[in-house]
Design a protein around this ligand. Sequence first.
Ligand code: ACO
Length: 402
Amino acid sequence: AIDIKSLYGEFDAFTYDPGFTSTASCRSDITFIDGDQGTLLYRGYPIEQLAEHSNFLEVSYLLLYGNLPQKAELENFTDSITRHTMVNESLKNFFNGFHYNAHPMAMLTAVVGSLSAFYHDSIDINDPASRDLCAQRIIAKMPTIAGAAFKHFVGEPFVYPKNHLSYSANLLNMLFSRPSEEYKISPVAEKALDQLLILHADHEQNASTSTVRLAGSTGTNPFAAMSAGCAALWGPAHGGANEAVLRMLEEIGDVRNVAKFIEKAKDKDDPFRLMGFGHRVYKNYDPRATIIRDTCHEVLQEMGMENDPQLELAVKLEEIALKDDYFVERKLYPNVDFYSGLIYRALGIPMSFFTVLFALGRTPGWVAQWMEMVADPEQRIGRPRQIYTGAAKRDYVPVDKR
Ligand code: ACO
C-alpha cells in the first residue's frame, strides 16, 4: 500500500474535496453570492437593480473595473467595444471548414481559441493597458463570432457587425437579418436579450470561470483561456442546462405527465433529473430565476405566445416541485436556466445555440476574473493535488514474461 503520510506529510492538513464544495481557490472582489438568502451582487450592486436599470456594456465595465462608469468612461468603453467588433476576414474559412451541422459550441470554442493565433505575441499580460485592450477585444468579438457560428449553422450568409446598434441589437441583427429582407429589431427582444446577458455575466468561481482561471494561471494566451472556459461551459450540468430544460419539456410533452416525471426525478435508480432545478451554491430561489421568470412571461406575451404549452408545463412543474418534500428537503429550486431557454426559443433561437448566448453573457465575468487573477501578487499556478489510490511501486515486466 502507498504510505500517504510519507507522500503528503509535508502539509499540516491535506484536504480531499471532490467538486471543491468547500475550497476557496482565490480571493475575489468581483461577485458575492449568499446561497441561503438567494443574494447575488456584482461589485456590491444587487443583480435585481442592474437587471432593471443597467445595460450589458455598463455591467461589463463594472465587472472589469470595479465601479459604475462615469458618463465619459462609459462612452469611451462603448466606443472601444464598437471599434473592435470585426474579426479577421480569414476566419470565414475556418467557419466554412466546419460540417454544416457542427454544434455551435464546438465552433465557438474553436474560433475563440483561434483568436490567440491573431494576437499571440502582441499581448503583455503584465501590462494593464494590454490586458484592457485584450478584455475589450474579446467582449467586442464574441457576438461577431456567435453570429457567424449561427449563420453557418443555419446555412445563410454571414452578417457583419453594425456599429450604430446597441450590443444586443447588433447581436440580434447578426443572427436574424438576411440580405433579401429588412429585419426590424424588436425592442422587447433587444431588452430581454440584454437582460439575459446581464444575469449571466458573472457567478464567481463556477466551473467555466474556474477553468479560465486555472488555464490563465499558467500565463497562457487569454483567448486560449477563454476557449477553455467555453469548453467547460458546454456541459449539461453547467451552461448546457437551458437546452436540457427544453429537451426535458419536449419529453414531458403534456401537463398530465408532470407528476410522473417528478417521480422519475426523485427515483435514484433513474438517471433523469429535473433540469433547471438545483444549484451548487443556491439553497434558495436563484435570484436570477425570479427575474427571468417575469421576463419570460413578458416576452411570450409580446410575441403572442402567452398560451405556449411549454410555458404552461414549466409553470406546472415548478408549482408541483416546490411543494414536494424531496425538492423542499434538498433545497432544490429553479435556477437561472429554468426559464431562459423559453425566452431564447421565443426569440427564434434554436436550442443548440442557447449555450453560445450563455458564453457571450459570461464573457465579461471570465475576463474580469482573469484580469483580477493576473494582477494578484498572491496568485500562483493552479495545481490541485490528489489522493493516490493506484498500484504500489512495482517493476516493469517485458511483454513476453507477463
Ligand atoms: N433533480 C432531481 N434531484 C436532484 C437535482 C435535480 N435537478 N439536483 C440535485 N438533486 C438531488 C441529488 O440527487 C442529491 O440527492 P441525494 O442527496 O438524495 O443524493 C441532492 O439533490 C444534491 O445534489 P448534488 O448533485 O449533490 O448537488 P450538486 O451541487 O453536486 O449539483 C447541480 C448541482 C449540478 C446543478 C444539480 O442540481 C443538477 O444536476 N441540476 C440539474 C442541471 C442544471 O440545472 N444545471 C444548471 C446549474 S446552473 C448553471 O450552471 C448556470
